[in-house]
Every structure is written in structure tokens, then in C-alpha cells.
Design a protein around this ligand. Structure first.
Ligand code: ADP
Length: 192
């Protein structure tokens, strides 16, 4: 089993690269952003609770996010491991993830792969995506900059925890999608 955290700021390409990684290594992707959007679309209680935070570009509170993640990890799967995309985004979420992979999957997080992209490129990418994605949080620059700010104030410190464990690897997230995928594949091959 291989368990990967795909890490990086909003717009760094986690979703795109997760698609390539799941295919290559037969993994199941768990994207908390996608799960929230699914719940918002279907107007569930969870979706209603998350929407106001997402629309402002703020993180959804840990309790809501963590309960949703645990449900997802517990679902049966025949994949060879997981890609966590957009989770963990806080130190508290990291602690829960470490515990749940150990208790439910009886396996560790093997690697935290971080996509590195300059802030101004992130803003441009997200504004461009907003023109077609229909995502409210991609619709204006102020919300986008708030998401990036949330990343630096609450999420970036997650990287330190994996650096301490020697599991943190940075990959340049600017360039051809396929080239970035190759670099990510190589990092996964080194540990599997
Ligand atoms: P992006 O990486 O482009 O910001 P996501 O789809 O991963 O997009 O997340 C969209 C929004 O969903 C975030 O801005 C945040 O409000 C919420 N969200 C997603 N994952 C988490 C999480 N792990 N903790 C708290 N909020 C989250």
C-alpha cells in the first residue's frame, strides 16, 4: 500500500496531478475540495455548513472536514493506496490523518509530495480557471488571495511535520503537465 499526500497551495495543480498518479499507481483519490463541492451541489447539511467558508476563501472548520474525511477513508476500496488531495490543511488535520491511516488502513503516510508554484502564477491560474469552472471561490482575486493567505498561515506548517520525518519532497509545479507528472512518478517509485 502507498499513501501519498499531494501538497501545495491552491492552484498548484494537485487535482490535475492526482488524476495522473491514481492511474499510474492504482490509487484512490480523496479530495476534500471535491467532496465539499459534491455536498454543496446536493444541498446536504454538510454542504450547507461548508459553503459560507468556501465562498469567502477560508478553510472549513476542522471538525466538519475531519468527520467527512474519516467516512471516506473507511469506505471499502480495491485500490493500492490513497492520494490525499487538499487534506491535511492544518496541523490538527495532520494528526488525525496519521492516526486514521494507522488505525483503519494499518499503514503509514509514505510521502508528502509538494507542488511549488509562485504566488502570482497561482492567482493567474485560478482567475483563468474561474472563467470556466463555475467555482465561486475562483471568481474574484480577493477570495483567491485569501485562500493563498490561509495556505501560508494555516497549511504551510504541515510541511514541517513531514520534513521532520524525512517524507517531504518538493517538485516544481510550473511546466508541462506530463513533465511534472514524470517527476512525481519518479519520487513515488523511489519509495515503493
Ligand atoms: P484549492 O486547492 O484550489 O483551494 P480545493 O478544491 O482543494 O481547492 O478546496 C476548495 C476549498 O474547500 C478551500 O478553499 C477550503 O475552503 C475548503 N477545503 C478543502 N479542503 C479543506 C480542508 N482540508 N480543510 C479545510 N477546508 C478545506
Amino acid at each position: 500500500m502507498i499513501n501519498i499526500i499531494l501538497f501545495g497551495p491552491p492552484g498548484s495543480g494537485k487535482g490535475t496531478q492526482a488524476e495522473n498518479l491514481i492511474e499510474k499507481f492504482n490509487l484512490k483519490q480523496i479530495s476534500t475540495g471535491d467532496l465539499f463541492r459534491y455536498n454543496i451541489k446536493n444541498e446536504t447539511e454538510l454542504g450547507k455548513a461548508a459553503k459560507s467558508f468556501i465562498d469567502k476563501g477560508e478553510l472549513v472548520p476542522d471538525k466538519i472536514t475531519i468527520d467527512m474525511l474519516i467516512e471516506e477513508v473507511k469506505k471499502p476500496t480495491d485500490s493500492s493506496g490513497f492520494i490525499f488531495d487538499g487534506f491535511p490543511r492544518t496541523v490538527a488535520q495532520t494528526e488525525v490523518l496519521e492516526k486514521i491511516v494507522k488505525d483503519v488502513l494499518n499503514a503509514p503516510i509514505n510521502i508528502c509530495l509538494a507542488l511549488v508554484v509562485d504566488d502570482e502564477i497561482l492567482v493567474q491560474r485560478l482567475l483563468k480557471r474561474g472563467k470556466t469552472s463555475g467555482r465561486t471561490d475562483d471568481s474574484n482575486e480577493e477570495i483567491i488571495r485569501n485562500r493563498i493567505k490561509e495556505y501560508y498561515t494555516k497549511t504551510a506548517e504541515v510541511a514541517e511535520l513531514y520534513k521532520q520525518q524525512g517524507k517531504y519532497v518538493e517538485v516544481n509545479g510550473v511546466g508541462e503537465i506530463s513533465e511534472i507528472s514524470e517527476k512525481l512518478f519518479n519520487e513515488v517509485k523511489k519509495i515503493s
